[in-house]
Design a protein around this ligand. Structure first.
Ligand SMILES: Cc1cc2nc3c(=O)[nH]c(=O)nc-3n(C[C@H](O)[C@H](O)[C@H](O)COP(=O)(O)OP(=O)(O)OC[C@H]3O[C@@H](n4cnc5c(N)ncnc54)[C@H](O)[C@@H]3O)c2cc1C
Ligand code: SF4
Length: 470
């Protein structure tokens, strides 16, 4: 079988075709095409089957990447899918949105040797998309029904993946979420051009068909407390993310109020889903024909600049106080944004908002203390950048979970995240667990999935010998 692998020196790195920037900015469709079967097998055959696979150790889920690449290269696509789905609750999502350049692909030995990475994410995505088309995905049908019930607050990737795992184990699962749709940031944060909305919607449907109950429009803190849920369920999982946006509070003239990144992205995603969005219709959340300035250098900022371009902004500039090499966002996203016409002003921070402009303070990096360096104002003069829409994408922290406890023992870290046992993610309140961004702070889908596995396995263990199943 080795003849089907190690082809990296003969076959060039070739990811699926990415639509030209000029074409893709005219819609919100995903930017890259699907692999065809032959190409997926060919690209998988570039894997060098390392003895110690660094791709696998840099995947938060520890996916058995060389195994499913080998099966894909041999044309054993269904088995490849099954191996990939055994460790990843949402491979089709991770294949699309993981920053592979910082995780699996960035640590691929073939990449390090200068041949261009094996296209791990694209093969992973293709395997599950193929499994959906071929009807290989096993419905959620527990072999036994258990009597215990679990309430999960938050229908993002952490909540949905935990719901699936626990329901497959026979638990009675209810997912509660304040939004009207399940999916969390996969629905209302990440734009459609990175993750088509039909993908989380399909996961939601499969959960419903498998017997998971959803209470949408239910808000923790308003409609009940953690203690209330704990009284009526055998276990509770808190997976309600990190939604308190950091704001700049810039001095300036009244008239131009900065827009919060998630308000802007949620409005755009809702428009794409066909909802009426008054703030968008009124213009305040619509970048069309505006000179847009986005402040921030993370993936949320990249999503904002690329959304603004697609809405027909007159110009889009990203202001970031550090340099290209020290920005937290994925280098791949910056490349896409540049190709789509976004201008980057590195080492630049907003100083003041004026009528039709923003004042920009040049910055410099002091590297004497090491790490990513300390950002300091540079001597250069403050300058003016024309702007009639300013979007702040400066990160998030969790909302105050302790205020929603209702007497349950929920402790917070200094960052406002929920304190939990690192092995089980159980909080200080027995039977109440936490997962995803609520525990980690703003992170990645793949880490939310990893937490969902940890938490649901801890709950399964807790009840395994406690009682006979109903
Ligand atoms: C704009 C943006 C782009 C991103 N892009 C990427 C990317 O490309 N790749 C990547 O890997 N990660 C990305 N992320 C990060 C990723 O989306 C998150 O790490 C992940 O969604 C966290 O999952 P979660 O389940 O913990 O929380 P969430 O997805 O945030 O889900 C939490 C759910 O809880 C609900 N909720 C909140 N408060 C309450 C309450 N009081 N009562 C009831 N329900 C509540 C919310 O409505 C939501 O549905 C991005 C994040 C943002 C903001
Ligand atoms: S889950 Fe993410 S990091 Fe892991 S193999 Fe898939 S794309 Fe790579």
């Amino acid at each position: 079988m080795a003849s089907r692998l190690l082809k990296f020196f003969k076959i060039a790195h070739e990811p699926p075709h990415v639509r030209d920037a000029g074409e893709r900015i005219c819609d919100f469709d995903e930017i890259s095409d699907e692999f065809i079967r032959e190409k997926a097998a060919e690209q998988a055959s570039r894997c060098s089957q390392c003895g110690i696979p660094f791709c696998q150790s840099h995947c938060p889920l520890g996916n058995h990447i060389p195994d499913w690449l080998q099966l894909a290269a041999e044309g054993r696509v269904r088995e490849a899918y099954e191996v990939s789905a055994a460790t990843n609750p949402m491979p089709e999502v991770c294949g699309r949105v993981c920053p592979q350049d910082r995780l699996c692909e960035g640590n691929c030995v073939v990449e390090k040797a200068g041949f261009g990475t094996v296209t791990i994410g694209a093969v992973e995505r293709w395997l599950t998309d193929t499994a959906v088309k071929e009807g290989w995905i096993a419905p959620i049908a527990p072999e036994i029904e258990r009597g215990e019930s679990v309430a999960i607050v938050g229908a993002g990737p952490a909540g949905m993946a935990a719901a699936e795992r626990l329901r497959r184990a026979g638990f009675q699962v209810t997912v509660l979420d304040r939004y009207d749709r399940a999916g969390g940031l996969m629905i209302y944060g990440i734009p459609n051009f990175k993750l088509d909305k039909s993908i989380p919607a399909r996961r939601h449907e499969a959960l419903r068909e498998g017997g998971v109950r959803f209470a949408l429009g239910w808000e923790l803190g308003r409609d009940g407390t953690i203690a209330d849920l704990r009284r009526s369920h055998d276990a509770v999982i808190l997976a309600f993310g990190a939604y308190a946006a950091r704001r700049l509070d810039l001095p300036g003239e009244a008239g131009m109020e900065p827009v919060a990144a998630l308000d802007f992205l949620t409005a755009s995603n809702r428009k794409g889903l066909g909802d009426a969005v008054p703030g968008f219709e009124a213009g305040e959340l619509n970048a069309h024909a505006k000179k847009v300035v986005v402040v921030g250098g993370g993936d949320t900022a990249m999503d904002c600049v690329r959304t603004a371009v697609r809405q027909g902004a007159a110009s889009v500039t990203c202001l970031y106080r550090r340099g290209r090499d020290t920005m937290p966002g994925s280098a791949r996203e910056v490349k896409h944004a540049e190709a789509e016409g976004v201008t980057f002003q590195w080492l630049s921070a907003p100083a003041r908002i004026g009528e039709g402009h923003i004042e920009v303070q040049p910055m410099k990096l002091d590297m004497s203390a090491g790490g990513r360096g300390t950002v300091l104002p540079d001597e250069g003069p403050v300058w003016r950048l024309e702007a009639d829409m300013v979007i702040e994408a400066l990160g998030f922290s969790p909302e105050d979970a302790a205020a929603m406890a209702g007497g349950a023992r929920i402790e917070l870290t200094r960052r406002g995240t929920v304190k939990a046992d690192p092995k089980t993610f159980e909080t200080g309140e027995p039977g109440v667990y936490a997962a995803g961004d609520l525990v980690r702070g703003p992170s990645l889908v793949v880490w939310a999935l990893k937490d969902a596995i940890t938490v649901s396995d801890a709950i399964v263990r807790r009840f395994a010998n406690a009682r006979e199943p109903a």
